[in-house]
Design a protein around this ligand. Structure first.
Ligand code: NI
Length: 171
């Protein structure tokens, strides 16, 4: 397994639309394992392939946050098949937007179909934090960041801050 560098916003690679995978073959399994290791080390509760510069529809999650046993979830080609009208609001952050947090409202319950690590089509229902996390990671697959759900002013402020930090770190 390997730890992969996480791309920090603003970066055009985070704005690209990711490609569907044809199958969860050994190469994709390796990608999933590397992504999980990278996510756990960060530490984070979700990571999407575009965040490590791989433009593929792959996401990994674990919302157990070190409490109890790990509960890693790997999804390729995730697709929302149903979502509730009821919504839920969480303070979101993102490994590509370090130390930036804000409230985002999303569906409280979703159903998602995906290819699992064994290349088997699965469908599951998720609610609360897991539903939010899946939606957040799926957003990355279409080049959307959580700040895109905020007001124009808030988004601009956060992205400007990150741009400045990047410049500072590069110099
Ligand atoms: Ni994110």
């Amino acid at each position: 397994m390997a730890i992969l560098p996480i791309i920090i916003a603003p970066d055009p690679k985070l704005r690209k639309k990711a490609e569907a995978v044809t199958a969860v073959d050994p190469e994709i399994v390796e990608l999933m394992e590397n992504m999980l290791e990278t996510m756990y080390l960060a530490p984070g509760i979700g990571l999407a392939a575009p965040q490590i510069g791989v433009s593929k529809r792959v996401i990994v999650l674990d919302i157990s946050k070190g409490e109890g046993s790990p509960d890693p979830i790997c999804m390729a080609n995730p697709k929302i098949t149903w979502c509730s009208d009821e919504t839920v609001t969480y303070e979101e952050g993102c490994l590509s937007l370090p130390k930036q947090y804000d409230q985002v409202t999303r569906p409280a319950k979703i159903r998602v179909s995906f290819l699992n690590k064994k290349n088997v089509q699965e469908e599951c229902e998720a609610n609360g934090l897991l539903a939010t996390c899946i939606r957040h990671e799926m957003d990355h697959l279409t080049g959307t960041l959580f700040v895109d759900h905020l007001s124009h002013l808030k988004r601009t402020m956060i992205l400007r801050k990150l741009k400045k930090l990047k410049k500072l770190n590069a110099s």
